[in-house]
Design a protein around this ligand. Structure first.
Ligand code: PRT
Ligand code: ZN
Length: 296
C-alpha cells in the first residue's frame, strides 16, 4: 500500500454524510469522474480518487490501508477506534461541522434518572458496544449491552432491552418510542479520518496539500472580510469594534488626505449591531463579504 501513488478518499455512497461530504471535497477543488458503478471515481484534476461506500466500512478501509482518508461520523470512527482488536492506527484529522448529533443513553420516559449505578445489570440496546462499554467501565458499572445494527429505539418496547444507547439529533425518534435522553456519551459530527502518519508514505505531501485546502474552506466558513473607510483619527475605536479581527490592513485613500481604507478578516458572525457601532464610531462604506477560500 505504501507504493500506491494516488490518494484514495472514502465517502458515504448515500445517506446523511454524502451530499455535504462531496460538496466539501468539491470546494477543496477536487473533481471526480463518476464511474458507471458509482463506487470508484477517478480524480480528474489531481491524483486523488474517491471510493463511495457504506459509512460503517470507512474506518476498516483506512486501517487496512485500502484508503488514506475518509469522511465519516465521529461516532463511527470513535467506535472503531475503541475496538482496538480490529482497528489500529486511526485518527481524527479534522472536524467538518455537519451531521451533528450525539450518542446518548435514553431511559423509558416514566423512569427517573438517578445516575450511572442505576444501569447495573440492565440490558442496553446499542449499535456502539465499544463506546458504551468504555463509558460503563469509566463509571464502574457492569451492564449487558444488546448489540443491534438498527431500530435500536424500539428494543425497550419489544422487551429485548431496558434502555438504549443511540444517536440523537432532534430527539423526535426517542420521544416517539417513549424514551427520554439522560446522558450524552459522545458529541458527534462528520469528521475527516485518516491513518496515523508514517514518514515513508509517498502520499503524505498530497494529504498535507489537501488538509491545507480543507482548512482554507473550513476557516473561510467561519470568517468574514470587512471593508470600510474612516478618518484616521477614528481608526483605533473602529478597529477595537471589529470582532476577532486578524491584523487589519490599513491604507491611505488616494486624493483624500486623512481618510483611510480598512480591510480586516474577522472570525465569527458580524451582525447589524456591530456595523452600526462602527458607523457611529466614524466608519463609512461598510462591506461584509463571505470568504470562499483561504490560503496563508
Ligand atoms: O447506508 P449507510 O450504512 O452508509 O448509512 P447509515 O444508515 O448507517 O447512516 P446515516 O446516513 O443514517 O447516518 C450517517 C451519520 O450521520 C451517522 O453515523 C451520524 O454520524 C450522522 N447523523 C446525524 C445521524 C443523525 N444525525 C441522526 N439523527 N445518524 C443517525 N440519526 C438517526 C437517529 O439515530 C434517529 O434514529 O436518525 C433518527 C432521527 O433522529 P432524531 O433525534 O432527529 O429523531
Ligand atoms: Zn451505516
Amino acid at each position: 500500500m505504501q507504493t500506491r501513488k494516488r490518494l484514495r478518499i472514502a465517502a458515504q455512497k448515500s445517506g446523511r454524510l454524502s451530499k455535504a461530504g462531496l460538496d466539501l471535497l468539491s470546494r477543496c477543488g477536487l473533481r471526480f469522474r463518476h464511474g458507471r458503478d458509482r463506487l470508484y471515481c477517478d480524480g480528474e484534476n489531481l491524483p486523488i480518487d474517491l471510493l463511495l461506500v457504506r459509512d460503517d466500512d470507512i474506518p476498516g478501509l483506512i486501517s487496512s490501508g485500502a484508503c488514506d482518508l475518509g469522511i465519516v461520523g465521529r461516532n463511527v470512527l470513535a467506535e472503531a477506534m475503541a475496538d482496538t482488536n480490529r482497528h489500529g492506527g486511526l485518527r481524527e484529522l479534522r472536524a467538518l461541522g455537519f451531521a451533528r448529533c450525539r450518542l446518548a443513553l435514553a431511559l423509558p420516559q416514566d423512569e427517573a434518572w438517578r445516575g450511572p449505578q442505576q444501569l447495573e445489570g440492565r440490558r442496553i440496546a446499542t449499535s456502539y458496544p465499544h463506546l458504551l462499554q468504555g463509558w460503563l467501565q469509566r463509571h464502574g458499572v457492569q451492564a449487558d449491552p444488546v448489540v443491534l445494527s438498527g431500530a435500536v429505539e424500539i428494543a425497550p418496547r419489544l422487551g429485548s432491552a431496558d434502555l438504549v444507547c443511540d444517536l440523537v439529533e432532534t430527539g423526535t425518534t426517542l420521544a416517539a418510542n417513549q424514551l427520554r435522553e439522560v446522558v450524552t456519551l459522545l458529541d458527534s459530527e462528520a469528521v475527516l479520518a485518516g491513518a496515523v502518519a508514517t514518514p515513508e508514505n509517498p502520499r503524505s505531501r498530497l494529504i498535507e496539500r489537501l488538509l491545507a485546502r480543507l482548512d482554507g474552506v473550513l476557516g473561510g466558513r467561519e470568517s468574514r472580510l470587512v471593508m470600510l473607510q474612516a478618518p484616521r483619527a477614528a481608526l483605533d475605536a473602529i478597529v477595537a469594534l471589529l470582532p476577532a479581527a486578524v491584523s487589519p490592513a490599513i491604507t491611505p485613500i488616494e486624493g483624500q488626505p486623512g481618510r483611510m481604507a480598512v480591510q480586516a478578516l474577522c472570525s465569527g458572525s458580524i451582525d447589524w449591531q456591530d456595523l452600526e457601532a462602527m458607523r457611529s464610531a466614524g466608519a463609512e462604506s461598510l462591506l461584509v463579504l463571505p470568504v470562499e477560500k483561504m490560503l496563508s
